[in-house]
Design a protein around this ligand. Structure first.
Ligand SMILES: *[C@@H]1O[C@H](CO)[C@@H](O)[C@H](O)[C@H]1NC(C)=O
Length: 316
């Protein structure tokens, strides 16, 4: 009888160990997040919104956990519902309640429950999303990597006037409305790496880092003079797209142009330099990648005269 009791006790212990909640093992890109955290800390020194961020985190997290822990009753559930209404969260914001009827007022908060928000950065990586979720109106940075988003609509981001960074890496985006990013006058970084994009939409002039590598831009995916007026553009990554030409003209601000692993067969002497003005120097553009293209750089030696460095690529 005693051994039976021991076995029973042993089983109980094993059960308790097995049913312990698993630790969160999602492998986030911590380096990128840390940069944003630092950036946001800096940003918020000049900003009065810091209380709002903390209140959102403090009130939102317990609501998620409580239904799992509480075994009973109906009364508590009613209390929870009251607590989880967005009114309470918005009402406590220093700017006062948001106007009723604005979808992002409630939707943005629920996205912070579903995903996670730290101050004005939304972390929604790897959540099986098939569309861009509603986001809080003061969002500055949004991570939507490793989801199943297939289309970017006109109004997915247009109400977020403070957006500085959008990262949509590794979705299945094939379609982007032409004006999806047009109104985002603060947008600095747009990361569309590893999708199925066939047509690049209009870009706000504030963009300094654009990554559209590993997509399907091909022969027609980039409109004429698409980058001409982007006077803050520093990094342009267009590798692995089956491009058959170098998209010109390129702004003088450009520091890196990645075109490796495309189908570019030729370039002109005016692609980077100015054959009418030999004093012209394109000093910033130090990093041009043309390797993995069927192009022979030795054929156009004049084309690199104004550059600080010869592009990486085949020279024989
Ligand atoms: C590359 O161009 C140079 C200069 O025109 C030429 O001598 C060389 O044969 C070309 N190489 C190939 C593989 O076509």
């Amino acid at each position: 009888m005693k051994t039976l009791a021991n076995i029973f006790l042993g089983l109980l212990i094993i059960k308790a160990v097995v049913s312990a909640p698993p630790t969160d093992s999602v492998n986030y890109d911590t380096a990128a997040y840390e940069v944003d955290l630092l950036y946001n800390l800096y940003d918020y020194d000049e900003n009065t919104n810091i209380d709002q961020g903390e209140i959102e985190i403090g009130t939102v997290l317990p609501v998620v956990n409580r239904p799992i822990l509480s075994p009973e009753p109906v009364q508590e559930e009613i209390e929870e519902e009251e607590e989880s209404t967005p009114k309470l969260i918005d009402g406590s914001s220093p700017q006062g309640p948001l106007s009723p009827g604005v979808p992002e007022a409630s939707g943005g908060v629920s996205t912070c429950i579903l995903c996670g928000c730290i101050r004005t950065t939304v972390y929604c990586d790897d959540h099986n999303l098939d569309a861009v979720p509603p986001l809080p109106k003061d969002t500055t940075h949004v991570y939507l990597r490793f989801n199943r988003i297939s289309k970017i609509n006109k109004n997915d981001f247009s109400y977020l006037s403070k957006l500085q960074k959008i990262d949509l890496t590794s979705n299945i985006i094939s379609d982007i409305d032409e004006d999806a990013f047009r109104s985002l006058s603060q947008l600095d970084e747009l990361i569309l790496l590893d999708n199925n994009i066939r047509q690049l939409p209009e870009l706000p002039h504030s963009v300094s880092f654009l990554d559209v590598s590993k997509n399907r831009l091909g022969r027609k995916g980039i409109k004429q003079e698409a980058f001409k007026d982007l006077n803050d553009l520093r990094l342009l990554y267009l590798n692995n797209n089956n491009l058959d030409h170098i998209p010109i003209p390129l702004p003088d601000s450009l520091q890196a142009l990645h075109l490796q692993d495309n189908n570019i067969q030729e370039m002109h002497e005016d692609t980077f330099c100015n054959m009418k003005d030999f004093t012209y120097a394109r000093r910033s553009l130090e990093d041009i990648r043309l390797d993995g293209n069927p192009i022979n750089l030795s054929k156009t030696p004049q084309a690199f005269m104004c550059l600080p460095r010869i592009p990486v690529g085949r020279l024989v």
